[in-house]
Design a protein around this ligand. Structure first.
Ligand SMILES: Cc1cc2nc3c(=O)[nH]c(=O)nc-3n(C[C@H](O)[C@H](O)[C@H](O)COP(=O)(O)OP(=O)(O)OC[C@H]3O[C@@H](n4cnc5c(N)ncnc54)[C@H](O)[C@@H]3O)c2cc1C
Length: 408
């Protein structure tokens, strides 16, 4: 069994893990990030890079290089509610450098960060390396066990960060208590062709018995069809032709394009969950991102929060790590800083799930836009509020961890 030593071992090369790894490595901490897959190529992940993340990239001096990569920019969002196209969100007035959301495949974003990380001598990314357990001594987590391309290994670390997503192995191994906040919906993801004349198509379509979201992605739309929890099997039993007809009926612009769904392999089920750990840490171990709090896809804010956790954790832990092992109080400080914004966002998501999506899905009566939705369309100033919530979250984290490499 191979044994490696590092100051901080991060399990999971998603947005939270790679960003935390990058900022800590930039601050001069030796970081090893473990990612179980051989690459970042996974379809139907969140492909949104929010203004808050763009702000972090700006503060890290990476924004200009990042925006050279192929991407789309969204400055406003609208939705078709009960047949009326209404504007909801206007990012153009945010107090950030970039006043838009970038739409970019998540693998391009992660590849960018990994490439920037590779320029730092203290950043190590081990692909195809799956964390399987924790090592502990004297009541403290001292590292992880993992399996890499060359077999089993142990990585000893002053701190382990679990950023291994909502099915986190490490949070389970640590025996943390998970609070399930409940999710009455699942999401079916699919790709449908996008034509040049589709510019400015509404992002969402809500009506009697359906919620259908279309995210522009160059020559195709990434589409989400929201179903009540457990609703996928009955739809599947009805056959692919009936499903194609259903989508074409609720989104008429898609009629004529439905042959893109050849069979059920082209439709991916996301089982939605919203949960949160009671305590995100124990001595020597900290959970961040979806590993600490799985988010609903509502608002597309999961990546935003994962990255904000990463920035806060790196800011708060770079100093303690440079001096040795972070204390319990250091780890508790990360949870104390991030719990409020996470709790507020999950409460909002649960409210939208229960008050907007579930009623829309469970009715066959004509669905009218609520008055408040019309108000947002009529009063441009109001559209700045959801822009702040979606674009920045409830607490914008600025990068304060030092840049040890430039300083040297
Ligand atoms: C279908 C879908 C669509 C979504 N759409 C959006 C969206 O539009 N906008 C948005 O903001 N959010 C969206 N989300 C949510 C968003 O993807 C997550 O909230 C976000 O990716 C969380 O980041 P993370 O780094 O905490 O975890 P993850 O992104 O889940 O990353 C965890 C990483 O850890 C790796 N890993 C897991 N276990 C191990 C292990 N044992 N050892 C080593 N590596 C491991 C995984 O391969 C993965 O790369 C979506 C989620 C899904 C599933």
């Amino acid at each position: 069994m191979q044994t490696l030593k590092t100051q901080c071992c991060i399990a999971g090369g998603g947005p939270a893990g790679v960003m935390a790894g990058y900022i800590l490595a930039r601050a001069g901490i030796e970081v090893t990030v473990l990612e179980k897959h051989a690459d970042f190529l996974r379809d139907f992940r969140g492909d949104t890079v929010h203004p808050s993340t763009l702000q972090a990239l700006y503060e890290l001096g990476l924004l200009d290089r990042f925006l050279e990569r192929p991407h789309n920019q969204l400055t406003e969002l609208s939705g078709n509610v009960g047949g009326e196209v209404l504007r909801f969100v206007d990012f153009r007035h945010l107090p950030t450098k970039a006043k838009f959301v970038v739409i970019m495949p998540q693998w391009d974003f992660l590849n960018f960060l990994a490439e920037e990380g590779a320029k730092l001598s203290t950043f190590k990314l081990m692909m195809q390396t799956q964390a399987s357990g924790l090592t502990e001594a004297g009541g403290r987590v001292t590292g992880v066990t993992a399996t890499g391309p060359d077999g089993p290994l142990t990585i000893e670390a002053d701190l382990v960060i679990a950023a291994d997503g909502r099915s986190s192995t490490l949070r389970e191994q640590a025996g943390f208590t998970v609070h399930d906040l409940g999710a009455p919906i699942d999401v079916l993801w699919m790709r449908l062709p996008r034509h040049p004349e589709d510019a400015n198509a509404a992002l969402g379509n809500i009506g009697a018995g359906y919620v259908f979201v279309t995210i522009e992605r160059g020559d195709y739309f990434q589409c989400a069809y929201v179903v009540p929890k457990g609703g996928y099997e009955p739809i599947r039993a009805g056959g692919i032709e009936a499903f194609r007809e259903r989508i074409a009926t609720i989104a008429p612009m898609m009629r004529g394009r439905m042959q893109a769904l050849k069979d059920w392999d082209d439709v991916k089920l996301l089982s939605v969950s919203v949960d949160r750990l009671e305590q995100w840490w124990k001595s020597g171990l900290l959970c961040i991102g979806d590993a600490a709090h799985a988010m609903s896809p509502i608002g597309g804010v999961g990546i935003n929060l994962a990255i904000q956790d990463a920035v806060a954790a790196a800011n708060l832990l770079a100093g303690p790590l440079s001096r040795g092992k972070p204390s319990d109080a250091d780890l508790a400080a990360v949870q104390a800083r991030r719990l409020g914004p996470v709790r507020a966002m999950q409460a909002l998501q649960v409210m939208v799930q229960n008050r907007v999506l579930s009623p829309a899905l469970n009715t066959d009566k004509p669905f009218k836009a609520p008055w408040i939705a019309r108000l947002f369309d009529k009063i441009p100033l109001l559209r700045r509020i959801p822009a702040r919530i979606v674009g920045l979250g409830f607490r914008l984290e600025h990068v304060t961890a030092p840049d040890a490499h430039t300083a040297r």
